[in-house]
Design a protein around this ligand. Structure first.
Ligand SMILES: NC(=O)c1ccc[n+]([C@@H]2O[C@H](COP(=O)([O-])OP(=O)(O)OC[C@H]3O[C@@H](n4cnc5c(N)ncnc54)[C@H](O)[C@@H]3O)[C@@H](O)[C@H]2O)c1
Ligand SMILES: NC(=O)c1ccc[n+]([C@@H]2O[C@H](COP(=O)([O-])OP(=O)(O)OC[C@H]3O[C@@H](n4cnc5c(N)ncnc54)[C@H](O)[C@@H]3O)[C@@H](O)[C@H]2O)c1
Lengths: 203, 203
């Protein structure tokens, strides 16, 4: 298995290469990668050589080829279907976000406990009753659940998803969620970016 | 200046130390840090020794002391006031998110173009007309703007904020935003977490 920090860096390179493609750039060298994301040129070269990818001296790396290679390493070439639990503000913003397609994640089911929301559609997907999470996730064979419920409901929502066969939990709530040994939970905190910014402001 | 990858790691350590405090843990060693976030024990020790922080052999690092020290390095000990532009689903979810206080970021002004939203309150803050961004940000002396508008509006919102004296832009939109030399923009993408997850699922 590739260690998590390496995967996070690869995901960053994938994003930068995608942006370069949009701008019509065909080659990038490690110094340009460093300028874009702050990961050192040496670290970038080391990460890629680990996967047998070498740049051409004086030219750098071919953007399209490298992006496709990273997509394969990250298994982004396969569609990952997932359930979103909590169709509130953040849940709906995530359901409608075009960036999910870049990472081949496909929203398949949406759940909520709020009777006023059940039956409505977001991005073409109907909001279902959270009571049905275990049965519906098993029926749809969904292995991934994204939690966008209030912190106080996070453990309950995670337990229901795991009962339905989920093995991977992406937790957006501030609560600490415990999962069985054979499952994995990733906390998503975008406030860390604020910390990076806070440092820069004072310098 | 501390390089961005180091800052991102420090922000991760800060989060983990905060979670340890909540659990009543007083000491943590580098191996436990690695187990929590995947950053290698060696990298953790290297980062901290760079700031003169050494663990005690056999005991590790004192959680409360280390967290306070990292808060100082990251300048989290000072309140950073900011404006949020785009009071839609993501903007409102962010405005209401308790995690912002952990990083001493204080929402000071909220802007939108939608006449139906202007005048309403989120988390006690009134949504103001986006036409007033340059004047109001200057009046409030706000240097940070967070963009949660549609991608097509991102550049316009950023330009208005910079006209009002902003120098730091946190961009949640999928659009690429250009800022003048003396400003900084950070793109926030939490879909990168999906990439890390995608890799694990297939292994
Ligand atoms: N990771 C971050 O940096 C970040 C940023 C913003 C918000 N958040 C978090 O995201 C979560 C959602 O925030 P929001 O602003 O969208 O809140 P919200 O109140 O708008 O939405 C929560 C939704 O969850 C539903 N719900 C409650 N209990 C449920 C259950 N057991 N099963 C299914 N649905 C349930 C509610 O009916 C509601 O629709 C919160 O935990 C918030 O703290 C995280
Ligand atoms: N970074 C990520 O991973 C991520 C995840 C989800 C959504 N997003 C992005 O966040 C943004 C907001 O998403 P959302 O679901 O909240 O959309 P939304 O449509 O619910 O909200 C957008 C808001 O911006 C307002 N607006 C439009 N033009 C404006 C302008 N010039 N000035 C001020 N306000 C303006 C609209 O009136 C609306 O209230 C989108 O760009 C979306 O792609 C990013």
């Amino acid at each position: 298995r590739v260690p998590i920090p390496t995967l996070t860096r690869l995901a960053t390179y994938y994003k930068i290469l995608g942006e370069a493609q949009v701008r019509g750039v065909h080659n990038l060298n490690s110094a340009q990668i460093e300028a874009e994301c702050g990961i050192s040129a040496a670290q970038f070269r080391k990460d890629l050589s680990h996967f047998g990818e070498m740049g051409k001296p004086g030219v750098g790396y071919e953007v399209a080829k490298l992006r496709a290679r990273i997509a394969t390493i990250l298994h982004l070439d396969r569609t990952q279907r997932f359930a979103l639990i909590g169709a509130g503000r953040l849940g709906q913003a995530l359901a409608a976000y075009p960036g999910l397609n870049d990472y081949s994640f496909e929203l398949t089911a949406l759940f909520d406990t709020d009777k006023k929301k059940i039956g409505r559609r977001v991005n073409g997907i109907e909001i279902e009753d959270a009571d049905g999470i275990p049965n519906r996730m098993r029926e749809l064979n969904l292995k991934i659940a994204v939690l966008t419920v209030p912190g106080s409901e996070a453990q309950k929502a995670s337990d229901a998803a795991i009962k339905g066969g989920a093995r991977w939990i992406l937790n957006f709530t501030p609560a600490h969620v415990r999962v069985p040994e054979n499952c994995m939970v990733r906390d998503i905190v975008f406030t860390q970016e604020f910390a990076v910014l806070a440092h820069y402001i004072e310098e």
